[in-house]
Design a protein around this ligand. Sequence first.
Ligand code: ZN
Length: 175
Amino acid sequence: MRNLFTPWRYGYLSGGRKVKSCIFCTARDSRHDASRLVVHRGRHNFVILNRFPYNNGHLMIVPYAHRSELWEGTPAQQSEMMTLASRCARVLKKAYRPDGLNLGMNLGAAAGAGVRGHFHLHLVPRWEGDTNFMTVVGRTRVIPESLEVTYRKISSKLVARSARPKAGKSARRRS
Ligand SMILES: [Zn+2]
């Protein structure tokens, strides 16, 4: 099987140099969720769209805390990460009707991590034949939906589902 997650798409981050700032920490601290593509904020993690998606709906679940190792997360953070992955999977299934979903992490440079200092979980909708398509066209893919449309689709559904049990309480939490 070919690489599912595509580290070359993160080349823009470092240009071969050491990354000075972390894009996830920048998004975490931003007050402009839409422009940063943050579709949802939980207590310990937030959900952000991949700016260079592998497929429509490609998103990531990211802890607020800047940690490079999976075991540095707290049980509460890890538990919420999986709960959010489950909710996002449901939203993606309904919104995009993919044939399947990939859920995975790239931990460390050899595993293809684009942002090495801040671990995160990818969730990628998959369709029959998309790998073959990728093989044919090399590293060029057609992403027919704009990120703005994806943002509206996913954020509205996550907000709608989370607003009920936590009405009146802020779900925002920093680091
Ligand atoms: Zn970070």
